[in-house]
Ligand binder design. Structure first.
Ligand SMILES: Cc1cc2nc3c(=O)[nH]c(=O)nc-3n(C[C@H](O)[C@H](O)[C@H](O)COP(=O)(O)OP(=O)(O)OC[C@H]3O[C@@H](n4cnc5c(N)ncnc54)[C@H](O)[C@@H]3O)c2cc1C
Length: 467
């Protein structure tokens, strides 16, 4: 759809942020997202300066029949922060964070990164559990769930969400929390970007300051033994201890010892939220189990730890994703993992198993849309390379690995680790919660105006969803 020039000029005058379209200076930068495999050409990118700009952008898109993509941090693997021919609402300039240390809450604007949030809360000895890379957007990560270093102790990011400001599909504005628009508040805790543009999130912050963290790595040949140890150990470990399993290639630079550079290995990446003595005790069974090739666990300020992997995954590289939830790690499943780990196609490619236990398993399956509270792990296969010429290589490895390991999975996947995989995968992910999400979608977004996301289609009538 072609939007008249005068209308675009009117929008540019009405907003305090910028409006960029094809042919404008900075268009290629404005349309780019984190995953270099995504190459979409929106009609307009509105980089919003405030909530009023968001409202203006929603109304403009609606009036001109434009599809809308909402961009928080722009990290989404499937490229859901952009679209072809539509209007991108880019929240990247809305990064303010305000901590209330007395109440132990923090309010974050919708385009902030995890690094912005960590930086602000750390000054008060607080943190909100998020992900493992600090350049990730708080927006998309939170709306999909939020798994990271502190999940075993403090739950998913959504378990710490206590309110959100939302611009709805008709351009109106609401505050959703436990006593206002409660259904919407429920849906926002895992239902993705389906329900509106969240201009700010309010979280309960948790006491976190210096953590004792780092990887412990073993040889790839030891992987079956390490995985069997890990499956038995992690569920019973103290909640202060987070630890995700990884297949990886040792990065070719410091702080890793030269003799390990570019070696394929397996490991567990630990985070202990407590004293060095407590960490020593919690990790003793790990260290007793088997001598490691590298033990990189050390005290670190939480923001430094949360940013420790940022440089390994810079913006603009090719990325391909596949994911599953996993209930058990049988010996047969382990054999499949080991076979594919031996073929990691590039040094940045990896497979992680994030535990969904401890505090993440406290809420019931219907307390939030996040239906896999009973899974043991969220598995992600993530292939990365800077060279577009390797796009097919990394896609093929990821898909082959997933095809082989999926039969051992629990069915659905964590929405934030998926590519654009269609409705069946979205439904598998939300399980019995899909119907309630679809009904809430009908109330708040009956025309599916917000559809550039892991889409929940509005229910057609009570209890029925669109096919
Ligand atoms: C290197 C890397 C590491 C990662 N590590 C983790 C991890 O440790 N844990 C984890 O849970 N996930 C992780 N992820 C996945 C991450 O959660 C998703 O990519 C998520 O979608 C990123 O959010 P974003 O705001 O950056 O993305 P965007 O691409 O901006 O948005 C993603 C989706 O969320 C919607 N959205 C974003 N912000 C808003 C908002 N304010 N209001 C309404 N809708 C919004 C968008 O419309 C889109 O549908 C990682 C991703 C990458 C690339």
């Amino acid at each position: 759809m072609t939007v008249p020039k005068e209308a675009i000029q009117g929008l540019a005058t009405a907003v305090r942020g910028t409006v960029t379209g094809p042919g404008d200076a900075g268009y290629d930068e404005a349309r780019a997202v984190y995953n270099g495999m995504i190459d979409r050409r929106p009609a307009l990118v509105v980089r919003c300066a405030d909530v009023a700009d968001v409202i203006a952008a929603v109304r403009f898109a609606r009036a001109n029949g434009l599809a809308v993509a909402v961009r928080g941090g722009g990290h989404n693997g499937a490229g859901l922060g952009t679209c072809d021919d539509g209007l991108v609402i880019d929240l990247g300039a809305l990064r303010g964070v305000r901590v209330d240390p007395a109440e132990r809450t923090v309010t974050v604007e919708g385009g902030a990164t995890l690094g912005d949030l960590d930086h602000a809360t750390h000054a008060f000895g607080l943190a909100v559990p998020g992900g493992i890379i600090s350049t990730t957007g708080v927006g998309g990560l939170t709306l999909g769930g939020g798994i990271g270093h502190l999940t075993r102790g403090y739950g998913l990011t959504i378990d710490n969400l206590i309110g959100a400001d939302v611009v709805l599909a008709d351009g109106s504005f609401v505050r959703a929390d436990a006593t206002h628009d409660e259904d919407l508040f429920w849906a926002l805790r895992g239902g993705g970007g389906n329900f509106g543009v969240v201009t700010s999130f309010t979280f309960r912050a948790q006491p976190v300051s210096t953590v004792v963290a780092g990887p412990i790595l073993w040889q790839l040949d030891d992987a079956p033994e390490v995985m069997r140890f890990y499956r038995e150990f992690i569920g019973g470990a103290p909640r202060e201890l987070g630890g995700f399993f990884a297949f990886l290639t040792v990065p070719p630079g410091p702080p890793f010892p030269e003799e390990l550079h570019l070696k394929k290995m397996c490991g567990i990446v630990w985070t202990y939220n407590g004293s060095p003595e407590g960490a020593e005790r919690a990790l003793k069974p790990v260290r007793d189990f088997k001598a490691a090739a590298l033990d990189g666990v050390m005290p670190l300020p939480f923001p430094a730890w949360n940013g420790a992997f940022d440089a390994l995954y810079p913006r603009g590289q090719q990325q391909y994703w596949r994911a599953d939830f996993v209930n058990e790690l049988s010996d047969d499943a382990i054999a499949v993992h080991v076979e594919h780990a031996a073929k990691l196609p590039t040094w940045q490619s990896t497979m992680h198993l994030y535990p969904i236990d401890g505090a993440a398993s406290d809420p019931g399956k219907t307390d939030t849309p996040w239906a896999y509270r009973d899974a043991r792990w969220a598995e992600v296969i993530f292939a990365v390379d800077p060279d577009p010429g390797n796009a097919e290589l990394i896609r093929r490895w990821t898909v082959d690995y997933w095809d082989a390991s999926h039969p051992f999975s629990a069915g659905g996947a964590y929405v934030n680790f998926m590519m654009d995989e269609g409705q069946d995968r979205v439904r598998a992910t939300y399980r019995d919660n899909y119907g309630r999400l679809a009904a809430i979608k009908r109330t708040y977004d009956p025309d599916n105006f917000f559809h550039v996301n892991q889409n929940i289609q509005p229910a057609q009538e009570s209890g029925r969803q669109a096919a």
